[in-house]
Design a protein around this ligand. Structure first.
Ligand code: HEM
Length: 343
């Protein structure tokens, strides 16, 4: 019997050596992934079982040979080494819990998605929220900067008294210094000023012309009114901006007549500009430079003053409705009067 067993062992060993020569032992994994079949593990198991059963009948089989046979028993048995070769390639090891934490670090564009899904997990929710709340650069979480509000109290110069008196056109005191681009651009030819001015967002009532007339006799100065108010006032044909008691046509105004219209003692303030005479009293409360500045030209020609200060301002566009007459010399008027007397 012993010889028979030895013979069977030699025969078996010779058969396997013939079937799987030793040179193929060094490359058992080269063909392992090429035969991954869904039923590989059962087939592998069955093959191993059959081998074990065979070795179970051979108690004298060396363990070294058994391991060699386990690895290379059949081609399907080689496929059983697929997990080993898969472990060698980390990208295929989806079951490994070690690769998941390192994945977001390698791929930042996936880290947010990973965080987003992980944030839904209660286990990692606290850590993620803590990490989000601390270094979060989202500006939407911060309150927006409070817009700067320009109120009459904030824009008014403390040294410059407001206009809460009887001479002030009532609805304009709360919006001094605010200028609409549309009106100002139409009234001024100065380049770049329209961009600096704030858009209008208010409705302005047309001031009562009687109030404007009331201003004429006042001694107020530094009245700054919204130019739109003056534009609306000038656009109203019912407002007699030329003054009370004047004939409908243009007057022939001599320098002596002009000098008498100085704006005091209940008289309107007239001024001349390029041969035309204007009643500047209605515009006084609306003059951006102040009433006192404007009245510096009362009773005389204002061309030089006007050109020195703001040559870009459209005089005719602002004071067109205030045109009283044309400036003539004293001699012309005397001659005309003499001719009238002769007739
Ligand atoms: C005749 C004597 C006048 C004087 C002494 C005078 C003086 C001034 C002064 C000091 C300013 C302020 C300038 C500034 O804040 O930068 C000003 C602004 C202004 N004045 Fe006169 N002014 C006179 C006549 C006029 C007239 C007749 C008009 C209208 C036709 C007028 C229309 C304006 C306008 C629209 C502004 C604002 C200009 C701007 O902000 O660009 N001024 N004036």
């Amino acid at each position: 019997m012993g010889w028979v067993g030895v013979g069977v062992l030699i025969a078996t060993t010779g058969y396997f050596l013939y079937r799987y020569p030793p040179r193929s032992w060094t490359e058992p994994r080269s063909f392992a992934p090429s035969e991954p079949t869904p039923d590989a593990p059962p087939a592998d198991k069955a093959t191993n079982d059959s081998v074990q059963e065979k070795h179970g009948l051979e108690p004298s089989t060396p363990s070294i040979e058994t391991e060699e046979e386990d690895l290379q028993a059949t081609p399907k048995a080689s496929a059983s080494s697929a997990p080993i070769s898969a472990r060698a390639v980390p990208t295929f090891n989806l079951d490994s819990g070690e690769s998941e934490p390192s994945q977001p670090a390698k791929m930042p564009f996936l880290s947010q998605t990973t965080k987003g899904t992980a944030a839904q997990s209660p286990a990692t929710d606290r850590n993620d929220e803590a990490s989000k709340s601390q270094p979060s650069p989202q500006p939407s979480l911060a309150p927006p900067p409070k817009p700067q509000q320009f109120t009459s109290s904030s824009t008014n110069n403390p040294s410059q008294p407001p206009l809460p008196n009887k001479h002030t056109p009532t609805p304009q005191t709360q919006r001094q210094l605010s200028r609409p681009a549309t009106v100002s651009s139409s009234l001024s030819t100065r380049p770049g000023r329209a961009e600096q001015q704030q858009p209008s967002h208010q409705q302005h009532a047309i001031p009562d012309p009687s109030i404007s007339q009331e201003i004429l006799g006042s001694g107020d100065s530094c009245t700054r009114i919204f130019p739109l108010d003056w534009a609306q006032l000038a656009a109203n044909p019912k407002n007699n901006l030329r003054g009370e008691g004047l004939p409908p046509g243009l007057l022939r105004v001599t320098p002596s007549m002009l000098k008498e219209q100085h704006g005091r003692k209940g008289r309107d303030a007239w001024t001349s500009y390029h041969g035309k005479v204007y009643n500047i009293s209605p515009y006084a409360p609306y003059h951006p430079g102040g009433k006192g500045e404007l009245l510096r030209g009362a009773g005389k020609d204002s061309a030089q003053l006007f050109q020195e200060i703001h040559p870009w301002v459209n005089w005719e566009g602002i004071l067109g409705e205030c045109l009283v007459g044309i400036l003539v010399s004293e001699h012309d008027v005397q001659t005309e009067n003499a001719l009238d007397a002769m007739d």
